[in-house]
Ligand binder design. Structure first.
Ligand SMILES: Cc1cc2nc3c(=O)[nH]c(=O)nc-3n(C[C@H](O)[C@H](O)[C@H](O)COP(=O)(O)O)c2cc1C
Length: 326
């Protein structure tokens, strides 16, 4: 007797997956993904029409964002009590999640799934920098996998110098500033509908080198910046290669680390903005003796002040209309 094939998803279950994907972090909150459900296979598609020519000319951050969404998708499938296999691909479909038989989720996966709704970008101060060693180890371990390294940067003076330089350049870059303005959302809160970075996230309380730089953003000098970085917990997400698959895997790793931090009552934010400046990534590799290509910097700690959630597009927009991508 042959075993019955795994059951297809119900519309309620598809809704659970879509909600989890929608809460993933994404560059400028652009939410550059769609879902295609085919029985027991779920494709995550990259929306290449969502382009940030100044911030993300190569689309690397768009793939990192899709990688984070894939991590959420996998956790949601497991939380529904189904086994699954995730295969990264190299076309508009960036990953296919093949849903298998019923399987109780591990306590760890379930805790990460529950953290999906609580995670948000915290671009503000942290309470203090004492994150217990065991917590730090868990955050790093959640992200590390073959070809991915989460590294504590050693030379904070060098890092401050490079971040300060990038911030000053971007502050004066009018094309970059125009794009950021276009992607500034004037809505915020749990119920807010849309895309873009909320105005709140760019307010003066947001730390200059923790967030996105506007023309009026003050930049501290390198000494102050070094001290500020020393009061945070920082991880540089590095990959062995720099291919599309590396970018996807880095995004998924970042998200697992971020959700692990969230599950442990920590908050964080991610920085990629400076890494797009010509030559900056290779300077980081040499000055910080990194073991791979830097894809993102994750800062985390206990929150000194709360941060508001950002808006999301209606879930219906996540499903391509018949006939193809939007
Ligand atoms: C690949 C990637 C790059 C990002 N780069 C930055 C950045 O340079 N600066 C920043 O403040 N936030 C950055 N973010 C955070 C997004 O702006 C944030 O995830 C988005 O606005 C949604 O908000 P949320 O994280 O609160 O859900 C990045 C996120 C991703 C996934």
């Amino acid at each position: 007797m042959t075993a019955a094939a795994p059951a297809a998803l119900t519309s309620e279950q598809i809704g659970v997956l879509a909600r989890a994907v929608s809460r993933a972090p994404s560059v400028h909150n652009s939410q550059p993904w769609q879902l295609l459900v085919r029985g027991t296979e779920v494709d995550l598609l990259e929306r290449r029409d969502v382009g940030l020519r100044r911030h993300d000319p190569s689309g690397r951050d768009r793939l990192l964002s899709c990688g984070a969404a894939v991590a959420n998708l996998e956790l949601a499938v497991r939380a529904l009590g189904r086994d699954c296999h995730v295969g990264f691909r190299d076309d508009d479909v960036v990953a296919t999640v093949t849903i298998g038989r019923p399987r109780t989720p591990s306590a760890r996966d379930f805790a990460l799934y529950q953290a999906i709704n609580r995670r948000r970008s915290h671009r503000r101060h942290f309470y203090h920098n004492r994150v217990p060693a065991a917590v730090h180890t868990a955050v790093v371990a959640a992200g590390e996998t073959t070809g991915i390294h989460l590294v504590v940067p050693g030379r904070l003076d060098k890092l401050a110098e490079l971040l300060g330089f990038a911030t000053r350049v971007l502050r004066e870059d009018r094309g970059y500033q125009r794009e950021l303005e276009l992607w500034t959302a004037h809505t915020h809160g749990w119920e807010a509908i849309g895309d873009g970075v909320p105005e709140d996230a760019l307010s003066p309380e947001a730390l200059p080198v923790a967030g996105l730089v506007r023309t009026g953003t003050p930049v501290p000098d390198d000494v102050v910046l070094t001290e500020r970085l020393a009061a945070e917990n920082l991880l540089v997400v590095c990959t062995d290669g720099d291919t599309r698959t590396d970018h996807l895997a880095a995004g998924a790793a970042l998200q697992r680390a971020w959700l692990t931090a969230t599950a442990k009552a920590l908050v964080g934010s991610v920085l990629t903005q400076p890494l797009h400046l010509t030559g900056l990534r290779s300077r980081l590799v040499s000055e910080l003796a990194l073991p791979g290509v830097p894809q993102a910097i994750f800062r985390y700690g206990y929150p000194a002040v709360p941060s508001a959630p950002s808006p999301r597009l209606p879930l219906g927009e996540m499903f391509p209309p018949p006939g193809g991508l939007r």
